[in-house]
Design a protein around this ligand. Sequence first.
Ligand SMILES: Cc1cc2nc3c(=O)[nH]c(=O)nc-3n(C[C@H](O)[C@H](O)[C@H](O)COP(=O)(O)OP(=O)(O)OC[C@H]3O[C@@H](n4cnc5c(N)ncnc54)[C@H](O)[C@@H]3O)c2cc1C
Length: 481
Amino acid sequence: MALSRDEIIEQLQSLVGAEFVLTDLETMQLSSVDRFRRYEAYHDVFSMPLPAAVVKAQSTQQVADIIAFANRNKVNVVARTGGSATEGGLETAIENSIVLDGSAMNKIINIDVQNMQVTAQCGTSLQELDDKLRTMGYSTGHSPHSTPLAQMGGLVATRSIGQFSTLYGGIEDMVVGLEAVFPEGGITRIKNVPRRAAGPDIRHVVIGNEGALCFITEVTVKIFKYYPDNNRYLGYTLDSMKLGFEILREVMVEGYKPSVARLYDIEDGDYHFSHFAKGKCVLIFVSEGVKPIADATADAIEAIVAKHSECQQVDGSYIEKWFDHLNWDPANLAEEKREILEEKRICHTTEISGNWSVLNDLYETCMRKVRAATPNLTMLGAHSSHSYLNGTNLYFVYFYDVSNVAPADELEQCHLAIKKIIVEETIKVGGSMCHHHGVGKHRTQWIESEYGSSYYILNKLKQAYDPNGVMNMGTIIPLEK
Ligand SMILES: Cc1cc2nc3c(=O)[nH]c(=O)nc-3n(C[C@H](O)[C@H](O)[C@H](O)COP(=O)(O)OP(=O)(O)OC[C@H]3O[C@@H](n4cnc5c(N)ncnc54)[C@H](O)[C@@H]3O)c2cc1C
């Protein structure tokens, strides 16, 4: 028989101590959702089932004890660190879940400059880690827009990616080893080695699992020498995304590795760069590293872009200044709430990826179809922010008017309706429905078409590592009806 809420709380208190088990209504409400439902939350509407408790774990052993208890008693566990998730990954899908919060496990365990790696607990803030490394002349190279909010466990669990990814890669290129807790396997460690060919790369069972297979307690990531004085910032205006994609492709195919390669369409460009590029698409590159490489990369990109007379170079200081203020500032939350409640408009995003051969057509199709289907749209734009040898991502940004939209209707009527168009068009042309925000709970409806015949592998992982289905129910794999 299922345990009652009181029985769950009592057991948790005996495992970790009552002071680390939170049960007050406000914490339960805020911990039942993430930024996906912020329109509801700003109206004090909490439509998800409330958790039984939030547990502030203090050690790996406590995490192991809680997950073993939950597994024995079939209680759902939602892992949480920075709380910056945008796709419903933190939603408590069923009543009386345990929210297992790793944010108090925030120690930097070892900065190893000889082997160029740092080991940190899951609750370590990326901002604090990188600030510390920079004072020593190093950096993780990881810089997502959510750096001030996100923590190492969540960053690994969501396969996050940062703004300098074209040089340093996504988190999957940075993780050397880690420690995690599985419901049946207990505490397990993957050792730190530069490479191995001893079977499949099991790090990838953990990276990107979104709390649906295991809880990540500790990670070791690479560090890089940090040379900010050598950075070269390049910016261009141009008329079409098509040409922008061609230039991005040429830079990647020729083998150059700028840390940043970004392309904004006119609408998204106007949102960010109207002071110097109104009504234009904008192409941005940053090259960095040791001086000969940073200079050679920037010079080569300048030569590639110079072949296209449509591109007009802008003063690099505009781009440098823009990067200084790029990251999300938690102080923006008050303004965001005001915008939603008083101006009655909200912003959401959907990010996908595709090969070069389909990208421009995919971009145009999504823009046309979303515009046609969304009468209350007030802004729709897109940018590419992470490029690869074979293709790039597209990050669609949209604002819509919520004057006549009830809190309970906003997601189905607006955000998910737009997401559906973008996701389905992307899957149709062989792209991925999800470039870096994770599947969460709201892209699960397309997970089988995203994976095709390889869904077998994904589904078996869930069955093998979480046979009782207690790890973040409804995340990545849909809830059974
Ligand atoms: C303003 C803003 C900007 C963003 N920019 C970017 C960006 O540039 N790049 C990018 O990739 N993402 C971005 N994101 C998305 C988000 O910040 C990332 O997904 C981030 O990695 C989440 O980390 P977190 O610590 O906040 O995790 P949380 O929000 O706490 O959790 C995210 C997911 O991971 C799971 N999880 C958390 N901790 C653990 C753990 N210890 N073990 C197992 N599972 C766990 C959760 O259950 C949830 O499913 C942005 C979000 C916001 C709000």
